[in-house]
Design a protein around this ligand. Structure first.
Ligand SMILES: CC(C)(COP(=O)(O)OP(=O)(O)OC[C@H]1O[C@@H](n2cnc3c(N)ncnc32)[C@H](O)[C@@H]1OP(=O)(O)O)[C@@H](O)C(=O)NCCC(=O)NCCS
Length: 174
């Protein structure tokens, strides 16, 4: 498996594949949370992240297999988000390697902590979110902030299909 940061000159076709994969996997992992069909991202938004040097991609045997957005929140804190692995390759380590890449690159840039955000339904358990909470725990991430999404992001409240909490996870980068 190879993980690399996408160059700002990346082909539009690659950018479109990333946006399509993110929307495909989030449609499942956020099923029931949003009203209607709410895409997580668009090719134009991903193109902006690529220009900012924030997108890393995974290749297995030369095939695109997943992606993640990595950025610095401040001098000491890195963040990853929009993590997506090809469902046809689930469990092959693509997700783990993308997270490891995000942590390595933030550590190399001088960050001491890593952060991620997870949206969860407040009144029921979503299997994808339950899997993620357990996996992030195994990777060493701990919840440092829990809030009502509608309070932290009021503009998103009308689109929610169910009350949701917004969890911030953090991990020290040794
Ligand atoms: C989260 C995601 C990127 C993980 O991708 P992946 O390539 O399957 O990840 P890995 O192969 O590294 O496996 C991750 C863990 O899941 C476990 N796992 C994999 N397949 C599994 C399965 N079918 N059942 C139970 N556990 C499984 C692995 O053992 C691994 O745990 P470990 O690291 O403790 O060994 C992928 O599930 C995904 O795209 N999800 C939808 C998008 C999403 O929710 N993103 C995160 C938003 S915060």
């Amino acid at each position: 498996m190879e993980i690399e940061k996408l160059e700002p000159s990346a082909d539009r076709a690659v950018i479109e594949r990333i946006a399509a994969l993110v929307n495909q996997v989030y449609a499942e992992s956020e099923k029931g949370l949003w009203q209607g069909s709410t895409d997580r991202t668009s090719a134009d938004e991903v193109a902006g992240f690529v220009r900012a040097g924030e997108i890393a991609v995974a290749f297995v045997d030369g095939d695109f297999a997943g992606s993640v957005r990595v950025r610095r929140l401040d001098d000491a804190t890195g963040e990853f988000g929009m993590l997506a692995a090809d469902p046809a390759r689930r469990g092959a380590g693509v997700g783990r390697e993308l997270v490891a890449f995000a942590e390595r690159s933030c550590r190399a840039a001088g960050c001491r902590e890593m952060q991620l955000e997870l949206l969860v339904p407040r009144e029921w358990t979503h299997p994808s979110k339950q899997f993620l909470a357990e996996w992030y725990d195994r990777l060493g991430y701990r919840v440092t902030h829990r809030a009502d999404l509608a309070e932290d992001y009021p503009h998103l409240a009308p689109s929610l299909a169910t009350p949701c909490d917004f969890l911030v996870y953090r991990k020290a980068l040794a």
